[in-house]
Design a protein around this ligand. Structure first.
Ligand code: BGP
Length: 467
């Protein structure tokens, strides 16, 4: 008996990113990315000094991985292209060998009935561009549009779903506020400019795609962590509204409504850090038509209090339950734990009903806009027993979030697909390899893949178009 039946043509997929799975970091002329340099220069910042040099060796094992995707019944796959494989220095030095890899991969996915959803930028900025100011430098936006256009020329005959940038908020936050990711800075002015430059890069790349009249759709993958007040005091309500405006609305409202949100704008003006943006770029936002769909990455919500006596940031990277995450900006807001919440070992709250709220919010901003859940999943410390992992808690996690999505679809929200993070256990950024997310367990010594219990469960869900 199927209780939760999904619409016809719903995409059942999983997600990965180039840097986290490909390995082969200098094969076939690939250039260095900021993450390769960061891991080499700051091993102490990464759990157990892991690096993405080998990752899951997907660059060499891609055919095996596509076969698994097919065998386990997925009809979609979200992945990213590594910019430094296509342009090793990020700009004009086109690298045919790197481009051929994706050509072969797309052909093979399509031959197997798997629709690719391709992200152009999942944080692996070519090092050369970083050396010249990275995303603070408007020249990086031009380079991104040039790279995007090349990808559209090469692959738009086969790729029908494109996402420009993965999680502009999270990568800006960690690159320019918490200093946990490259370029490891705490500089609010730079942060606001970079966040905005990502949005401009999206707008120009989407415009370029539309002007090329290729078939297919283009969107963006936004990390959306709704912010609730920690208590019902007016101070906490205001703190939550401000945090939401900075982390979520800055990205969603400009793209969906053509305006920057009021609360964050006021703060940035007051602090003298409102970003530079040209009239022609502002026109792009105001003219709209920048999203054919929206990708939503959802993991957890936040709770904000106005009691923020200090500035302090910490992420649990050990998977030790007693280690909390901390995010506090003096005088503005601090995120606190939900006293009744259920948390993963990495201190991320599990709260599927928030996904329904979030989808409702997006629908109210842009009624009818197609939505894909481009990431959602649970990171765990897992070991292989008898060739598998009994990951019942991952099944429970995915099922409860799918129920929230089903509820949203029943309420008329246009959710078209779900990509579980992740296909494979992979390089979990500063968490190294201990935090496992995959439907497939990857043995770090042999690189062999083993389906977890959840992979079998998901195959049934995909086959039945529900559960
Ligand atoms: C998102 C990223 C993914 C992925 C996921 C899990 O923010 O887009 O690349 O890594 O989160 O996060 P983490 O690996 O840090 O636990």
């Amino acid at each position: 008996m199927i209780k939760f039946l999904f619409p016809d043509n719903f995409i059942w997929g999983s997600a990965t990113s180039a840097l986290q799975i490909e390995g082969a970091s200098d094969a076939d002329g690939r250039g260095p990315s900021v993450w390769d340099s960061f891991c080499r220069e700051h091993p102490e910042k990464i759990y157990q000094q892991a690096t993405p040099e080998i990752a899951c060796d997907h660059y060499r094992k891609y055919a095996e991985d596509v076969a698994l995707i097919k065998q386990f019944g997925h009809n979609g796959y979200r992945m990213s292209i590594s910019w430094p494989r296509i342009f090793p220095s990020g700009q004009k030095d086109f690298n045919n060998a790197g481009a051929d890899f994706y050509s072969r991969l797309f052909d093979f996915l399509l031959q197997n009935g798997i629709e690719p959803n391709v992200t152009l930028y999942h944080w692996d900025l070519p090092q050369y561009l970083a050396d010249n100011g990275g995303w603070e430098n408007p020249a990086t936006i031009d380079a991104f549009v040039n790279y995007s256009q090349k990808c559209f020329e090469l692959y738009a005959d086969r790729v029908k779903l494109w996402s420009t940038i993965n999680e502009p908020a999270w990568t800006t936050l960690n690159g320019y506020v918490t200093a946990l990711h490259p370029p490891c800075r705490t500089d609010y002015k730079a942060a606001v400019q970079v966040a905005t430059n990502f949005l401009v890069a999206h707008a120009r790349a989407a415009n370029c795609f539309h002007s090329m009249n290729k078939p297919g759709k283009i969107g963006i993958a936004l990390n959306m962590s709704p912010v609730y007040p920690a208590t019902s005091t007016p101070e906490d309500i205001a703190a939550a509204e401000l945090a939401d405006s900075i982390f979520n609305a800055w990205f969603s409202e400009i793209l969906l409504k053509g305006k920057f949100p009021q609360k964050a704008s006021e703060l940035y003006h007051k602090a003298g850090i409102f970003p530079n943006i040209s009239d022609s770029d502002m026109n792009l936002f105001e003219n709209g038509n920048l999203l054919d769909f929206i990708g939503v990455n959802y993991y957890y919500p936040h709770y904000a209090t106005s009691e923020a006596a200090e500035t302090s940031f910490h992420l649990n990277t050990s998977g030790n339950r007693n280690e909390s995450c901390m995010f506090s900006i003096e005088g503005l807001f601090r995120f606190v734990k939900n006293p009744t919440g259920i948390y993963t070992d990495w201190a991320w709250e599990i709260k599927p009903e928030v996904l329904y709220d979030l989808l409702t919010k997006i629908h109210s901003l842009a009624p009818g806009l197609p939505v894909y859940i481009t990431e959602n999943g649970i990171g765990k410390n897992e070991t292989l027993t008898d060739g598998t992992v009994q990951d019942d808690d991952r099944i429970e996690f995915v099922q409860s979030h799918l129920e929230a999505i089903h509820k949203a679809i029943s309420a008329g929200i246009n959710v078209r697909g779900y990509y579980m993070w992740s296909l494979l256990d992979n390089f979990s950024w500063i968490n190294g390899f201990k935090k496992r997310y995959g439907f497939f367990f990857v043995d770090r010594d042999t690189m062999m893949r083993f389906p977890k219990k959840s992979a079998h469960w998901y195959r049934n869900v995909a086959q039945n178009n529900g559960f």
